[in-house]
Design a binder for this molecule. Structure first.
Ligand code: ZN
Length: 64
């Protein structure tokens, strides 16, 4: 059974670091290549793309 759980406003993102949902309301123009920040752990995440209503991200190692 397929669960169609699309929320108003579209995609959601789970932080790969802390597994919490990142608040995407701060990023109304979310697109691949953008850098967002997890509001739970502060991790910087690079948006790789959006698939099936889920935002794919990669942890950015700032390395500074
Ligand atoms: Zn996080």
């Amino acid at each position: 059974m397929i669960t169609d759980n699309m929320k108003a406003g579209g995609a959601e993102c789970v932080c790969p670091e802390c597994k919490n949902h990142v608040d995407l309301s701060r990023y109304p123009n979310l697109a691949a290549g953008m850098v967002i920040e997890c509001d739970h752990c502060g991790m910087t995440l690079l948006v790789k793309g959006v698939e099936n209503g889920s935002v794919q991200t990669e942890i950015v190692d700032e390395g500074k």
